[in-house]
Design a protein around this ligand. Structure first.
Ligand code: PEP
Ligand code: MG
Length: 322
């Protein structure tokens, strides 16, 4: 039975009506990458790169980063690897880059792409390392915390500049690398149609999207029931994002913690997500849950979920009674 379960975990997740849903892993280290592959991940949907920058006295060099990205691609072989550029700020600070003043509201401050655009050299170093690691592998880049088209364009301009510098120096990289962005601010949802025309994919970060949509700090347990991805308000933001992505012919995944709640899979698939990315331990149960439902049923459940009056009643739709 164990061998059977293992075999299942390593097969693609297909719904009973034949819809293939990609299941990838969220990772934050080389060890995690091994764990992901062993648990049946079809690649990495989110590599959180903060670990490279934390617990040290200076920023990691291009060579140091390159080694880590290469070690991960080694583990993943040809499977896709989505590398999110540095998402520092908020509750994570870098002592060696504390040039900025202490902020009263760090989650609303210079975080993620904002921080990187203020420190372009830091971003360029990371992008060079990622691009150099991309030769012969399936690496994609993903920007965190985008709220405006201006930020997206600025990030892409730096990316293009780094590519040009590598070309000039004769350093090889994947010329066709896909570039996507996280959807985790309400602003990004509101302009998702515009953003979708400027990227190759979206990945919805419901951990942050929920906190920003609901105005509830994700680290404050007193507002945890508010900052919940199953709040109808958040579900409607997901629905809107999926529509915008598909209207622009790009795919859209979800990499927030809610995707690991396997009973919620019908709602997420019913909303039209093309891919889910979860912690490695959640991959096998999630694939199993997907293989037990049909998209038609899932869509019906999602439509009911969108009309509920609370996250509690949304959960009641999919959780067993009692
Ligand atoms: C998210 O915000 O949902 C997400 C996946 O990113 P992180 O948890 O790293 O902020
Ligand atoms: Mg986030």
């Amino acid at each position: 039975a164990q061998a059977e379960a293992r075999k299942l975990a390593h097969q693609p997740a297909v719904t009973r009506d034949g819809c293939y849903i990609k299941v990838l892993a969220n990772i934050g280290s080389i060890t995690d990458a091994e764990l992901a592959v062993n648990h049946g991940a079809e690649g990495v949907g989110l590599l959180r790169t903060e670990f490279l920058y934390l617990d040290r006295t200076s920023a990691p060099t291009e060579e140091e980063q390159l080694k880590v990205y290469q070690a991960i691609t080694q583990v993943l072989d040809k499977q896709p690897l989505i590398i999110r550029t540095l998402d520092i700020g908020g509750d994570k600070q870098l002592p060696y880059l504390s040039l900025s003043v202490t902020e009263a509201n760090p989650f609303l401050g210079v975080r993620g792409i904002r921080f990187c655009l203020e420190n372009p050299q830091l971003l360029k170093t990371q992008l060079r390392a990622i691009l150099r690691a991309s030769v012969g592998h399936n690496i994609k880049i993903m920007w965190p915390m985008i709220a405006t088209l201006t930020e997206l364009r600025a990030a892409k301009a730096i990316f293009n500049q780094v590519q040009e510098e590598l070309r000039q120096a004769g350093i090889p990289f994947d010329e066709n690398m896909n570039v996507g962005m996280m959807i985790e601010t309400p602003a990004a949802v509101a302009i998702a149609d515009q953003l979708a025309r400027a990227v190759d994919f979206f990945s919805i970060g419901t951990n942050d999207l929920s906190q920003y949509v609901m105005a509830g700090d994700r680290t404050n347990p007193r507002v945890a029931t508010l900052a919940d991805a199953l709040q109808p308000a958040v579900l409607r933001m997901i629905q809107r994002t999926v529509h915008a992505a598909h209207a622009a012919n790009i795919w859209v995944g979800l990499c927030g913690e809610v995707a690991a709640e396997t009973l919620v899979a019908p709602i997420l698939l019913g909303l039209g997500l093309d891919e889910l990315s979860v912690n490695p331990q959640a991959i096998a149960p999630l694939k199993r849950a997907i293989s037990q439902l049909t998209i038609t049923e899932a869509q019906a459940i999602a439509n009911i979920a969108l009309e509920q009056d609370s996250a509690t009643s949304v959960r009641e739709l999919v959780y067993p009674i009692g």
